[in-house]
Design a protein around this ligand. Sequence first.
Ligand code: CP
Ligand code: NVA
Length: 309
Amino acid sequence: MELRHFLDLSDAGADAIAAMMNDAHERKAARASWPKGKPDADKPLDGYVLAMIFEKNSTRTRVSFDIAMRQLGGSAIILDSGTSQLGRGESIADTARVLSRMADAIMIRTDDHAKIEEMAQHASVPVINGLTDRSHPCQIVADLLTILEQKKPLPGLEVAWFGDGNNVLHSILEAAGLLKFNVRVATPAGFEPDAEFVEMARAGGSVVTLTQDAEQAAEGADVVITDTWVSMGQENVENKLGAMAPFQVNEALMARAKPDARFLHCLPAHVGDEVNEAVFEGPQSSVFDEAENRIHAQKSILLWALGKL
Ligand code: CP
Ligand code: NVA
């Protein structure tokens, strides 16, 4: 079998993502209310080890991959740049070759996407993108699972994004082209997503609207999503915060969406900035289901990458 890296959603494609959704749904249902670290009955990754590298902070990605491996019957090891030799200049290529001898898969969170491509080039085990400056595909598998749990079919779904045109939005756009939902993107001028992702979505048949009018983007939306205005590694952001202010998700904006619209946020949230407290804590918010679903999504990504799905 060819190595299955998961650097972006297109590496898996629509059929594999659909299979991941089904698998995640079934595994989640089968272990409802079990202790979190107890393995699934079939232990499909019994004895497998995941090496995780973090060059940026993480709570959800770190914990959910670790718990995902335990639930699949395997285990995980965490390296960070501060305490591994990566932080002292050991090359990505050598790190990839060493970890490939010691672990069955590698997950990396880093800044420059080129680093993860280099890791994949030199690894002989699957490499999974745990977030780069360019994209966050694992997050979007969890988001899609959360949307489906709300009984919202993906084809034709109207997703509205507010704020910064960042890595998370890029992966939403990639998913939109693969799974045929539409995306309204409301950002201040100068903070649009990369054109490459907009074109990718449109080429897949998704209707993508780019606007600076938040109210227009919210009109009739099925799902409302935002993220931090300042991503990890971004500096000199004083001007950005002022530009973002009109794109806050609040009750007035949610009132324009469909009455049963759901609110998603990958977290960590800055309540009072990109979303106000009433929406974040309100009845339309699915943010903690979304966070939990990182575990269930990660399991299906790992199973796919390791050829078990
Ligand atoms: N949403 C997400 O990736 O969270 P962490 O940064 O905590 O991993
Ligand atoms: N856009 C955010 C996502 C964090 C999970 C960041 O890159 O910091």
